[in-house]
Design a protein around this ligand. Structure first.
Ligand SMILES: [Zn+2]
Length: 866
């Protein structure tokens, strides 16, 4: 976090007197207060992200997990006020013979802490710290390798780092800064749990640096700080799988930060501010070393980035090839650099990956490195142990060579890399326009590599649609080290008036690239690129439920307080009588589910509101405070009685996480679970998007399901859901599949139905679907807009048939609801409202679908009662 968090807006002179203290908090680079003692484990789920969806979710996920509980927090811990070495004794986990690393002859998770404790005893160059805990409660280890520093030296390093990011123009003028500043280098290992050897290479190279008598190593450590995140994903390492204990691919989570491991890495990148980083993966043969193919992210200072990244890539390539492994003898092919060697398919467009996120915090070279020899998945199971160990040994050599080349690069270009990092922040703070990178800046940089964007002067975030969503977004930006101000008074900008309390993001700030990559709509890149590696569209402005408006031209003239945490949003009106809450935001879903879990007798109205009886006003006050939810006075206690909606869910891991985060009681189910004889008596609604095939159900399971469908509701999503709908004979629809690799942000038009009503004007799709041939029982809740629908992302028609493109989806039903002839209430999504826990503003659609499907039966029964 910057100490200089003041938002530098154009401030009317008259208001400076009243707000100067708030605008420039104590603790700038020149007047540095003693840092408060910090806990040993920084809990990134709390603090500034108080309003973030992820915060509550962690607690819930931890409560539900099956792994051993997190150990007690050790004393001591990281602080900018300590020198190096720090000599933290890491707690040593119990030996786990089932750790998947063992088979490969690699260091198991439980072997890491003893090794680091030993190295800390043997060397004054090594400091190990715990920077967080995994989803399953394992410690995350940060190792800093550097020459010893006194407290004063460490504080001077911190002061210079803050100056670089906080006052880059001054840092750029300081010709002596680079000589006094240790260049930070970040090595990230094992973010995919079953891509193991980065960890072993990190441990090996840490030991080399710790014990070497080579004067060149001493010189390196005198001018460099090397940060190693030894295993970014200990759950996956132990379990031998790619994701963490919550089932998330951590290397897709950086724009969302839903997972504790990612929040720890984010904090590390902000605090360490590395000039370069490498992220060690597997397995691509020959070793793949970024920079990438187009499209290139438009919010980077790419001229600075590509020069350094290409040079470091060439250095790593030479080091890897220099190991002498050959295709003939070892099965190891020469290294490859996608930017140079491939046309497309390995891009740096979405900042969801570690090396695509790091540049926004000042990394001017950042690389995915894919080591060569596959040892995971089927190979892990099927290959002989000796062959696996042969491969893992080579992979460790390759990863270590890449790490060494990277530190040699930082040693060689020390001053240049620091100057380029300062320049990134300086351009941001100055609000300079996006630069067009000159062709040929490095060999092969052609027109296909040129991507630019337009930075507005500011963004204004208001609670117009949802105050809790605005608070969540402000907190998310602050957690990403983006400066946000909160308007002290109403102001005019861009021809309209914004109320006091609006959040203002001045785009003249060092990390404006990160602010913009989250707040701009994004771009439709379908015409420019044939194939993308992962998602192509995201937008916190369009998908997180807040109202976000860019301001161009003149800066808003407003006194704004720097935001450390968004303002509280919860309230209950005075008086007696029943209360109402509109289910517009995920926070309202959490509040409603909390009240239901307490046994409060709520009712659901099909206009998307929940009514709280007068007798529960005290409970409403508590959840208003806990979730930041605003209740209003209700005219009367109307609606259908609502009980806790118990879900049986055949869904993907991210959807399960999201449903539980929202506070729904969820029982995971699958074809196998139903075939084993599932007891439906504690289920109100079945959710189907993954892992459930109606055709594969045995007769008993089918009969039990049919019985459930006479009382329960169904929510489906995607192809699996649509197939289930057809096979179970639910709604009369034809589900049409768009291209399976199409994804992005789409414009939608919602009806006033219980699911679509109150939705944002945008949604997210991945392998989009739409519904035609609607029966009379089917209502369109949401349709793809007739203009567009693609706003940002990549979505083309099938080149052979011309079908499946966005033109075909135009105006078609994207979300439908209805009641089948048995009476089952069904909602079908052709969109992706819970994708990777990202589109926070869409989660309430799923909750409203749950409330509506759970109550529709009771409502119908009441209507037909005599
Ligand atoms: Zn990977």
């Amino acid at each position: 976090m910057h100490m200089e968090a003041a938002v530098r807006l154009s401030i009317p002179l008259a208001s400076i007197a009243v707000s100067a203290v708030l605008l420039v908090p104590a603790g700038t680079a020149t007047a540095e207060p003693p840092a408060p003692p910090q806990p040993a484990v920084r809990d990134f789920g709390n603090g500034p992200e108080r309003n973030d969806e992820a915060a509550g979710g962690d607690e819930r996920a931890q409560a539900l997990r099956t792994a051993p509980p997190a150990p007690a927090e050790p004393s001591g811990g990281p602080s900018r006020d300590l020198g190096y070495p720090r000599r933290t004794t890491l707690p040593e986990p119990a030996e786990n013979p089932a750790d998947a690393s063992v088979k490969l002859g690699l260091v198991p998770y439980h072997g890491i802490a003893p090794k680091l404790n030993d190295l800390q005893r043997r060397s004054d160059r090594v400091s190990a710290e715990i920077i967080g805990r995994s989803a399953q409660g394992r410690d995350l280890y940060l190792v800093t390798v550097t020459a010893p520093e006194t407290r004063a030296e460490a504080r001077e390093q911190a002061r210079l780092r803050e100056r670089i990011a906080g006052d880059p123009a001054a840092a750029a003028r300081d010709r002596k800064l680079a000589a006094r500043y240790k260049a930070p280098l970040y090595v990230n290992a094992n973010i995919h749990g079953n891509e193991w050897e980065g960890t072993d290479a990190a441990l090996r190279t840490i030991e080399e640096l710790a014990t070497s008598a080579d004067p060149k190593v001493a010189a390196l450590l005198a001018r460099t700080r090397l940060y190693f995140n030894v295993t970014a994903n200990p759950d996956g390492r132990v379990n031998g799988v790619r994701p963490n204990g919550n089932g998330f691919d951590l290397n897709r989570d950086f724009v969302t930060a839903s997972q504790p491991e990612v929040r720890a890495m984010r904090r590390l990148m902000i605090d360490a501010q590395p000039v370069t980083m490498i992220d060690l993966h597997g397995y691509v043969n020959g070793t793949l070393i970024e920079p990438t193919t187009p499209p290139h992210g438009a919010n980077y200072e790419y001229d600075l980035f590509i020069r350094n990244a290409y040079a470091n890539g060439l250095g790593m390539e030479a080091a890897v090839n220099g190991l002498g492994y050959t295709p003939e003898k070892d099965g190891v092919h020469p290294a490859q650099i996608p930017f140079r060697d491939s046309a497309e398919g390995w891009d740096d467009w979405p900042p969801i990956f570690t090396p695509q996120y790091a540049p926004f915090h000042g990394a001017v070279a950042a690389h995915t490195v894919e080591i060569p020899l596959r040892v995971n998945n089927a190979d892990y199971t099927n290959l002989p142990v000796e062959e696996l160990r042969r491969r893992s040994a080579i992979n460790t050599d390759v990863a270590a060579a890449a790490i060494r080349a990277s530190w040699a690069f930082v040693q060689d270009r020390h001053d240049t890399l620091i100057a380029d990092q300062i320049e990134v922040f300086r351009r941001g703070a100055a609000g300079e326009p996006s630069r067009t990178v000159p062709l040929g800046i490095v060999p092969g940089f052609g027109p296909e590599d040129v991507y630019t964007t337009t930075f507005p002067r500011a963004y204004v975030i208001t609670g117009e649609r949802s105050a809790t969503a605005a608070a969540r977004l402000a907190d998310h930006l602050v957690a990403n080290d983006v400066r946000v101000g909160r308007a002290r008074h109403a102001f005019r900008a861009g021809g309209r008036t914004y109320p006091a309390g609006s959040y203002v993001v001045d785009m003249r700030q060092p990390k404006r690239g990160l602010a913009n990559v989250m707040l701009e709509p994004g771009a439709d890149i379908s015409p420019r690129v044939d194939a993308m590696y992962d998602i192509s569209g995201w937008s916190h402005a369009l998908l997180w439920g807040a109202t976000v408006e860019p301001v161009t031209g003149q800066a808003p003239r407003v006194a704004a307080e720097p935001v450390k945490a968004a303002a509280p949003t919860g309230s209950v009106p005075r008086g007696s009588g029943p209360l109402a809450v509109a289910v517009v935001d995920a926070k309202e879903v959490q509040a409603v589910n909390d009240l239901l879990a307490q046994g409060v007798a709520l009712t659901w109205t099909d206009d998307g509101r929940v009514i709280v009886p007068a007798s529960a006003r005290r409970a409403a006050g508590t959840v208003a405070d806990r979730y930041g939810v605003a209740f209003t006075q209700a005219a009367g206690a109307t609606g259908t009685p609502l009980a806790p909606v118990r879900l049986a869910a055949a869904v993907s891991a991210d959807e399960l996480f999201t449903l539980r985060e929202l506070g729904f009681p969820v029982t995971p189910v699958s074809t196998a679970v139903l075939n084993a004889g599932f007891d439906w008596s504690a289920t109100d609604v079945l959710v189907v998007s993954s892992g459930l095939s109606h055709a594969a159900l045995n007769p008993a399971a089918r009969a039990a399901l049919d019985a459930f469908l006479t009382t329960g509701g169904v929510i489906t999503r995607g192809g699996t859901g649509a197939a289930f709908n057809a096979a179970a004979g639910l709604l009369t629809v034809t589900a049409v599949a768009g291209r399976s690799d199409a994804n992005g942000v789409v414009r939608v038009a919602s009806s006033g139905g219980p699911v679509g009503g109150g939705s944002p004007d945008h949604s997210f799709v991945y392998a989009p679907r739409w519904f035609t041939g609607l029966g009379p029982e089917v209502r369109v809740e949401q349709a793809y807009a007739a203009d567009g629908p693609l706003v940002a992302g990549h979505w083309r028609a099938d080149p052979r048939t011309g079908a499946g493109g966005p033109e075909q989806a135009r105006g078609q039903a994207a979300v439908v609801s209805g009641r089948d002839e048995r009476g089952a209430a069904v909602v079908m999504f052709g969109t992706e409202p819970m994708f990777r826990n990202h589109p926070k503003g869409l989660f309430p659609q799923v909750a409203r679908a749950a409330y509506w499907t759970a109550t529709a039966k009771a409502k119908a029964a009441a209507a037909t009662a005599p």
